[in-house]
Design a protein around this ligand. Structure first.
Ligand code: ATP
Ligand code: MG
Length: 430
């Protein structure tokens, strides 16, 4: 029997890569906390109906990509691994009456999402998103705020060659007018459209704008623009969003073909796209979804949000910098029963005092342990042999300078402030 491999479209995030993930988590948590967004952690699987109603049955996500199965309930009950985060957050908002608090809920989430797609670079079957949802405000400032926060996150991470595409898809009434115009325009080209788009022509023609097929794209290039079909109110909202973005110094380009894959969007739609990602170029997608809370049987409540694809974000970070890794303060080397026991205790005491400490567990000769100490990148090495164990001392060696001296273990633990200063000095002239 062969060894068991991970499923296609899933991957292990190994220790050598996880520094990027922790860096992203640390920076995003800080930015979101500063903006008064609160984390929410809904479950990873939900009733299938939530996504059917929330995302729309005509979408690729619901129609082709969901991991759906019956659980063991009797009678059987259909459940789905979440393909995106918004539907679950909105379900939680309604179920827990978060609207009862009044005002605006600013929420964020992160975690794995599941879609049965063709795996390729930047496209997996289990992938991770970070998302925000601002629920309860129709104000264009909410649209501008969420876009500004996405921009802050991407900029703080140092990402370059990103651009923001912006559109308004209006209200469902606006789209009703536009739909008709689009069908009129596309019908004469029907035979030339790709298969999916032909099927969408009557069912969901606006989604044709999202087609990745090149020839379809060319036909669409001349199609009527949704921006010409916006009502006066929709236009005003969109103008205000653009004005606010300009005031914030956030550059964008209008893209009237940007419609996003999910049905629940209204008004503002946007994507942040990278020039450095090849075919899977969209890092962040979002927009306003004023109808969703009501569609899911909650009170009529406007909302706006986005989701960042973390795998794509990390591909970009990898192009910029090495994986951040924890710098060890001490590497502890020991040999002999008494010394090994004391070394474990000393390592624990130093950890409790706030130092990063690795204990060598190999039991191998000192020479081998010293080599590992050098490779560990630690600032200092602590050495305990029989003599040190006997005298309750330890040999402290600064690995950068090679300086070393013996010190009583009790003194070492007393002098943590001095040690910290010394360690910082070595760290800063790395
Ligand atoms: P795409 O057009 O690339 O399929 P989408 O419109 O389906 O994207 P959304 O549902 O808006 O994507 O999700 C937001 C972000 O999540 C995307 O911009 C992308 O960065 C990321 N994402 C979506 N699907 C995947 C996937 N299968 N693997 C990795 N990241 C993904
Ligand atoms: Mg997709």
């Amino acid at each position: 029997m062969g060894s068991i491999q991970a499923l296609r479209g899933t991957r292990d995030i190994l220790p050598e890569e996880v520094g990027y993930w922790q860096q992203v988590e640390a920076i995003t948590t800080q930015i979101l906390n500063n903006a008064a967004y609160q984390e929410i952690r809904p479950p990873i699987f939900e009733r299938t109906e939530l996504f059917e109603r929330g995302i729309g049955e005509a979408t690729d996500v619901v129609g082709k990509e969901m991991y759906t199965f019956n659980d063991r309930a009797d009678p059987p009950r259909s459940v789905t691994l979440r393909p995106e985060g918004t539907a679950g957050v909105v379900r939680a908002y309604i179920q827990n009456s978060l609207y009862a608090a009044g005002g605006v809920q600013r929420l964020w989430y992160t975690g794995p999402m599941f879609r049965y797609e063709s795996p390729q670079a930047g496209r997996q079957r289990q992938f991770h998103q970070l998302g925000v949802e601002v629920i309860g405000s129709a104000d264009p400032r909410a649209d501008a705020e969420v876009i500004a926060i996405a921009t802050d996150i991407l900029q703080t991470l140092g990402l370059k060659s990103l651009h923001l595409d912006l559109n308004s898809v209006g209200t469902s009434e606006d789209r009703h007018q536009y739909r008709r115009a689009l069908i009129n325009y596309l019908t004469p080209y029907k035979q030339e459209l790709d298969q999916d788009s032909q099927e969408r022509l009557t069912r969901n023609p606006i989604r044709i704008l999202d087609s990745k097929n090149e020839w379809t794209q060319q036909i669409i290039a001349e199609a009527p623009s949704i921006l010409d079909y916006l009502s006066e109110d929709s236009k005003q909202h969109f103008d205000k969003v653009q004005q606010l973005l300009a005031d914030l110094g956030i550059r964008y380009q209008l893209n009237p073909r940007l419609v996003r894959g999910l049905d629940y969007y209204t008004h503002t739609a946007f994507e942040v796209i990278s020039d450095d990602l090849g075919a899977q170029a969209t890092v962040c997608g979002g927009g306003r979804y004023d109808g969703l809370v009501e569609d899911l049987s909650g009170p009529k409540t406007p909302a706006v949000g986005w989701a960042i694809g973390l795998e794509r974000l990390i591909i970009l970070l990898q192009q910029l910098q090495a994986s951040p890794r924890q710098v060890l303060d001490f590497y502890v080397v020991s040999k002999g029963d008494a010394a090994e026991a004391q070394a474990l205790k000393l390592a624990q005491q130093l950890r409790h005092a706030g130092f990063a400490v690795e204990l060598d567990l190999s039991g191998s000769a000192f020479g081998k342990q010293f080599k590992r100490a050098d490779r560990s990148g630690a600032i200092a090495c602590l050495v305990l042999g029989d003599a040190e164990a006997e005298n309750q001392t330890v040999n402290l060696k600064w690995l950068k300078s090679g300086e070393q001296h013996a010190i009583a273990q009790a003194d070492l633990l007393e002098k943590t402030d001095e040690l910290r200063v010394q360690i910082e000095r070595f760290k800063s002239d790395r």
